[in-house]
Design a protein around this ligand. Structure first.
Ligand code: SF4
Length: 360
């Protein structure tokens, strides 16, 4: 990948076949919000995330039931699955055994060197990396006392201390994250950390908020870091549908020209001429097509009077009329589609055109 921001050199780590770090593409991650023990719902959501363009997903492993469910999930998953574990090293061991592609854990709180060694050895045996995940809320009291507050120095020391616990047991297949809900603190901390380590960095703003708030904070936090060459994989964290996290993550990468190709989606802001429920329709279509591997500009417009003209440069578009839609390509009307069939037929047309143009 083009190194346009002078990307900082990091080691390369393999997460279930997805390479993270070095000059590899910046992977987009998300996290399932299904109950992990509900295997079918979790797998369905993983497929949705993959369709949206997600590279890696994570599932919570709060108990034995979830760790057991992981076996079937990893067997059938369309994406590498990361197991998210807090405090209990036995769940980490089960997750490794049950096919997790990576473990997210804080080695500082799994009960001492013995347990760290057990988890590290299990991961080493299967070449599974560990993400050392430190959050501003989980900084050791001693560090807060030392620095007087939660600050970049305290967070960095906490993360590097956790990394050292693994390195001390001869484990270095490590990715680090060090998130805060404040974009500013996140930016300052990752900048500090990246000077001191060459482990790949998983970048994100944690507990960023609802879709609106969260996307703003993530775009600022993740965007600033990426533009200074920091970050090997990203997760936008939203109180909402994880598919929106993926779309936002890809959007941030595209805005910085760090991911090229794929679908460019445009839709009009709607006005008094709109006679169709465009807002719902546009977000439904966006979710369905954004992860498709075709270089296409796709438009969803509110009216047939101005829509096709305003979106003349779109390869394919849909414009609302009364009880029906107009399908257009490069501004030219192709045919009409019944309102009730609009989403399905339009998605099928986008795929058909994509296959034709991109020769897949
Ligand atoms: S495309 Fe039509 S509905 Fe959308 S903003 Fe333009 S005039 Fe209004």
């Amino acid at each position: 990948m083009e190194n346009i921001f002078g990307r900082k050199g990091t080691r390369v780590i393999d997460v279930g076949g997805v390479k993270i770090g070095g000059d590899n593409k910046i992977a987009v991650q998300s996290m399932n919000n299904t109950l992990t023990s509900d295997i079918e719902a979790t797998l369905r959501q993983i497929d949705e995330l993959k369709d949206a363009g997600c590279d890696i997903t994570r599932v919570a492993i709060p108990d034995k039931e979830a760790a057991e469910a992981l076996k079937e999930i990893t067997k059938r998953s369309s994406l590498p699955v990361v197991a998210d574990i807090h405090f209990d090293y036995r769940l980490a061991l089960m997750a490794v055994e049950n096919g997790a592609s990576k473990i997210r854990i804080n080695p500082g709180n799994i009960g001492g060197r013995e347990n760290v060694l057990k988890v590290a050895n299990a991961c080493k045996e299967r070449s599974i990396p560990i993400r050392v995940g430190v959050n501003s809320g989980s900084i050791e009291k001693s560090l807060i006392e030392k620095y007087g507050k939660v600050c970049p120095e305290a967070m960095t020391e906490s993360a590097l201390g956790a990394v050292k616990l693994l390195e001390d047991v001869d484990f270095d297949n490590i990715i680090i994250s060090i998130k805060s809900s404040s974009p500013r603190l996140t930016i300052e901390t990752y900048r500090e950390l990246s000077k001191l380590t060459d482990h790949p960095l998983h970048v994100g703003v944690t507990e960023a908020g609802t879709v609106r708030e969260g996307i703003i904070k993530s775009a600022v936090g993740i965007g600033s870091l990426l533009s200074s060459g920091i970050g090997d994989t990203i997760r936008v964290s939203l109180t909402g549908d994880p598919v929106d996290e993926v779309l936002a993550g890809i959007g941030i990468l595209k805005a910085l020209d760090l991911r090229k190709g794929g679908i460019t989606f445009v839709s009009c802001p709607t006005c008094g001429r709109t006679k169709v429920p465009l807002i719902e329709l546009a977000s439904e279509i966006e979710k369905r097509i954004c992860g498709l591997p075709y270089d296409l500009k796709v438009a969803v417009m509110g009216c047939a009077v101005n829509g096709p003209g305003e979106a003349r440069d779109a390869d394919i578009g849909l414009a609302g009329a009364i009880n029906e839609f107009i399908l257009f390509e490069k501004g030219e009307t192709i045919r009409r589609i019944k309102a009730s069939d609009a989403v399905e037929e339009f998605v099928a047309e986008v795929i058909k055109l994509g296959e034709m143009k991109n020769g897949r």
